[in-house]
Design a protein around this ligand. Structure first.
Ligand code: CO
Ligand code: ZN
Length: 329
């Protein structure tokens, strides 16, 4: 699993540019599912048929996209001005190494603030080593997207940090589940979604076409176990979370109970999550067609939407056991 996460977090894939991630996942799942297709938004839809023709259709969603910075204009001196793709936080962006799809590297830096000026992405620029506007435009084009270029690294005995942990960790988790899943009665449709970070867009269209009976999103969630951070009652390393609600969805209580029962049966400690803000692909699935019961299984993650998003491998492995148990494997 750790190797799988290392592999998928290393791939470039901001919202709307998920093709390389999808290609790698398609390779990893060759022969493990009954069908694989991509839709117009780039969602990778992998179906494994159940043994019971009257079984349920269960959609498991993990988003492939990561947050990024889109070039809005280039200054005479060759500096790039940027806007956000998804929840880029200025506080997490000072003097960061960034990379573009074509391999161009740069430094994201904040200029000195004028009196009364507040920090925002408008006060940031990317230096790609160009001497002027023409040289910069020979390296990149307006609309190109940079992502944090930090490498994935190990921390302590069980932890892994990467800028793309949200949500490649869950892509790896879903790949691993499909690789291990024996024949079960229900049909599982694993959807590796696109454009989650800009408003759950891939999950919106894929849930409509897949027509599941139940939807479960796999994602990271914030923790409340770092200095002065007490907004959520979730701790790293104390197990995956079963989401009761967040700002985009209220989980189906029966489904929440089924997931808790699966966790108990598998002997996995889980946490109950109530997140007063944020959302996951469950928010889109819940509202598809006539609606469906949804829930999110999350892996606690420190420093979400930074260049060093930290997860604990024991939580990832716990999430895998809970989901395999829920599916009846
Ligand atoms: Co995110
Ligand atoms: Zn996410």
């Amino acid at each position: 699993m750790e190797q799988l996460i290392q592999k998928l977090t290393g791939i470039y894939g901001p919202s709307g540019r998920e093709e390389l991630v999808a290609a790698e996942i398609e390779t990893l799942l060759a022969g493990k599912v009954d069908s694989i297709r991509r839709d117009a938004l780039g969602n990778l839809i992998c179906e494994k048929k159940g043994t019971d023709p009257n079984g349920k259709r269960i959609m498991l969603a993990a988003h492939m996209d990561q947050i990024g910075l889109v070039v809005t204009h280039v200054e005479k001196e060759g500096y790039l001005r940027v806007s956000n793709i998804g929840g880029i936080s200025p506080a997490n962006s000072r003097t960061r190494r960034v990379k573009f799809a074509n391999g161009v590297m740069g430094v994201l830096h904040e200029q000195p603030l004028k009196p009364g000026e507040t920090t925002s992405l408008r006060t940031f620029y990317i230096d790609i080593g160009a001497a002027n506007e023409a040289e910069a435009l020979s390296l990149i084009s307006l609309g190109d997207v940079a992502v944090y270029a930090e490498d994935t690294f190990k921390m302590g005995a069980h932890r892994l940090a990467s800028p793309a942990m949200d949500d490649r960790m869950a892509c790896a988790l879903l790949v691993s589940i499909l690789q291990k899943l024996p024949p079960i009665k229900d049909t599982v449709i694993a959807v590796f979604t696109t454009q989650e970070e800009v408003g759950l867009r891939g999950a919106t269209t894929s849930a409509y076409s897949v027509q599941p009976d139940v939807g479960i999103a796999l994602d990271v969630t914030l923790t409340g176990d770092t200095p002065e951070e007490r907004r959520v009652a979730v701790n790293l390393g104390e197990g995956p979370t079963i989401v009761v609600m967040n700002a985009r969805s209220i989980s189906n209580p029966a489904l929440v109970n089924e997931l808790h029962a699966a966790a108990a049966k598998a002997g996995v400690a889980v946490q109950r999550e109530v997140l007063p803000f944020g959302g996951t692909d469950a928010g889109a699935m819940q509202l598809s067609r006539g609606g469906m019961p949804v829930c999110t299984v999350s892996v606690p993650c420190r420093y979400v939407h930074s260049a060093c998003e930290v997860v604990d491998m024991r939580d990832v492995e716990g999430a895998e056991k809970v989901l395999l148990g829920y599916l009846g494997a």
